[in-house]
Write a protein that binds this ligand. Structure first.
Ligand SMILES: Nc1ncnc2c1ncn2[C@@H]1O[C@H](COP(=O)(O)OP(=O)(O)OP(=O)(O)O)[C@@H](O)[C@H]1O
Length: 375
């Protein structure tokens, strides 16, 4: 729950008293990410029936380190992670008489990663349960949500250590077991840009989402590649990644302007028409932003921003509806939610990673992001 208070809960450095040992605060000195001793590693992974490590939706937060520009500008770190679950944001405010005070905001999530957590740490905490789910015949979805420049692409699609490749390595490792010899891996990669779908593995050909008689959404014309190793998967992924729409924003010189969706589908090759056995979906959402974040008034980029925000709002409404077990989930409100329908319904598990900047200059955005992600 978000707690806001302007009482003297903080010392002169804006650090909550409960966290401060009395020394001059140095974030790392008092907030050490604890490695969960009970964490399973994939080497111990045993795919069992009805394993359920987390509920349908697991929401975590990942704080990135201050970047070089922010350090040069002398931005302050105003975000603190406590006990791997709570995110504390210290917002400096001015009273009418111009005295300074700090508003203290606290949000609790399923898990919160500090700035020194690696992608591997994030994967170790969240990925095993998803992989098991896929090998039990379900749909698993990882998605990153956050302000432009907060680390979504770095977390999800980094070529060396992005969550997609860490998961793919495990998938191919598990597939070596005799009992999974009936499975074949197919990958596809597309983007949603301004409400349209483009196949990133087929020269950005326009493709269309259609609902069949069973209300299952399928993407007509989307190419799929049969893939036999992680290296092969990586080279196909890189082809697609290089054709994604990016541009420069105020906070990120290489900002994704589209939602990127990479799918690893396990198919049963022993059956006619290769029915889907399980599916892992990796989504790198375009960055949320305000008009003021942009350096230019280019009409195209303004339209991009509006479309991105509209689809993120639709996503939020769907997640809220699922969380509240509402009878109606408004999937049709945007292309993004329409194509993600099966990631949220039926036999599905979703992990949302909310990425945030630690900088005092991004505090409004960080608070908005945390409120968005907070259930
Ligand atoms: N946890 C992290 N540790 C180290 N560097 C990071 C981390 N997160 C992000 N970065 C760096 O910050 C920069 C911006 O990250 P990234 O491109 O992933 O942001 P983004 O959220 O995808 O932005 P956009 O929405 O604009 O595409 C990159 O140079 C990336 O390497």
């Amino acid at each position: 729950m978000e707690a806001t208070s302007s009482k003297r809960l903080l010392d002169d450095y804006g650090i909550p008293y409960s966290l401060n040992s009395g020394n001059i605060p140095n974030e790392k000195s008092f907030i050490k990410p604890q490695n969960d001793k009970n964490l399973k590693t994939i080497s111990k992974l045993e795919v069992k029936d009805s394993k359920n490590d987390f509920e349908k939706i697991y929401v975590c937060v990942r704080k990135r380190p201050l970047n070089t520009n922010e350090i040069k500008r002398d931005d302050k770190n105003v975000v603190f992670i406590k006990e791997n679950k709570t995110v504390i944001v210290n917002e400096q405010k001015l009273k009418l008489d111009l005295t300074k005070y700090i508003n203290y905001h606290s949000f609790t999530f399923d898990y919160a990663f500090d700035s020194d957590a690696s992608n591997q740490d994030v994967y170790n905490q969240t990925g095993v349960s998803l992989i098991e789910h896929v090998f039990n015949g379900g749909t698993a979805t990882y998605f990153c949500y956050g302000q432009t420049g907060s680390g979504k692409t770095y977390t999800m699609m980094d070529a060396e250590e992005g969550l997609f490749i860490l998961a793919a390595k495990d998938i191919f490792k598990i597939l070596k077991k005799e009992k999974y010899s009936f499975i074949s891996v197919y990958i596809s990669f597309y983007e949603i840009y301004q409400g349209q779908l483009y196949d990133l593995l087929n020269n950005k050909k326009k493709v269309y989402a259609r609902e069949d008689n069973n209300q299952q959404v399928c993407i007509q014309g989307l190419s799929e590649y049969n893939c036999f190793s992680e290296n092969e998967l990586m080279s196909i992924f890189m082809n697609g990644k290089n054709s994604r729409v990016t541009s420069t924003t105020g906070s990120n010189p290489d900002s994704s302007r589209s939602h990127g969706i990479f799918q690893v589908v396990l198919k049963d090759k022993t059956k006619k028409n290769l029915p889907t056995y399980g599916k892992f979906v990796f989504i790198d959402l375009a960055g949320s932003e305000r008009g003021a974040d942009r350096d230019d008034n280019n009409k195209q980029t303004l339209l991009e921003g509006q479309e991105i925000n509209k689809s993120l709002l639709a996503l939020k409404e769907c997640i809220r509806a699922i969380d509240q077990e509402s009878k109606h989930t408004p999937f049709r409100q945007s292309k993004l939610t329409q194509v993600l329908k099966d990631s949220f319904t039926g036999n599905s598990k979703t992990c949302m990673i909310t990425t945030i900047s630690p900088s005092s200059m991004n505090i409004d955005h960080t608070l908005n992001t945390l409120r968005y992600a907070h259930r």
